[in-house]
Design a protein around this ligand. Structure first.
Ligand SMILES: [Zn+2]
Length: 94
C-alpha cells in the first residue's frame, strides 16, 4: 500500500504510508524504503516496503524477517525522477 492518495484541503496528494503502522510518513527523514534484493537479475522487479525508522523497521523485521535492501526515503524522489526520465543521470556519477 505504500504510495497512496491523501485528500487534504481539496487536493489529491500522493502520500507515502508505512507498511507496518499504516500511518503517513510525514517527513522523509523519518522513513526508508526496503526491499528484498532477490537475484538482482537484469530487468526483474521486487516490491518496495516503506517503513518509519527505526521503530517500524524493527517491528516489521521481527514479524517478516529482515529486508536486506534499504535506502533513505529522502533519495527516492531523485531516483524516481531518473527512472521516469525526468532528469539527467547526475546521481549515477556520485
Ligand atoms: Zn510506521
Amino acid at each position: 500500500m505504500p504510495i497512496m492518495i491523501c485528500f487534504e484541503k481539496g487536493l489529491s496528494c500522493p502520500t507515502v504510508v508505512c507498511d507496518q503502522c499504516e500511518k503517513r510518513i510525514a517527513q522523509a527523514e523519518d522513513g526508508g524504503y526496503f526491499f528484498s534484493p532477490g537475484t538482482r537479475e537484469e530487468g526483474t522487479t521486487v516490491p518496495l516496503i516503506f517503513l518509519h525508522k527505526p521503530r517500524c523497521n524493527d517491528r516489521y523485521s521481527a514479524k517478516h524477517g529482515r529486508l536486506e535492501g534499504f535506502n533513505e526515503l529522502v533519495v527516492l524522489p531523485d531516483y524516481l525522477a531518473e527512472t521516469l526520465g525526468l532528469r539527467p543521470k547526475t546521481w549515477s556519477m556520485l
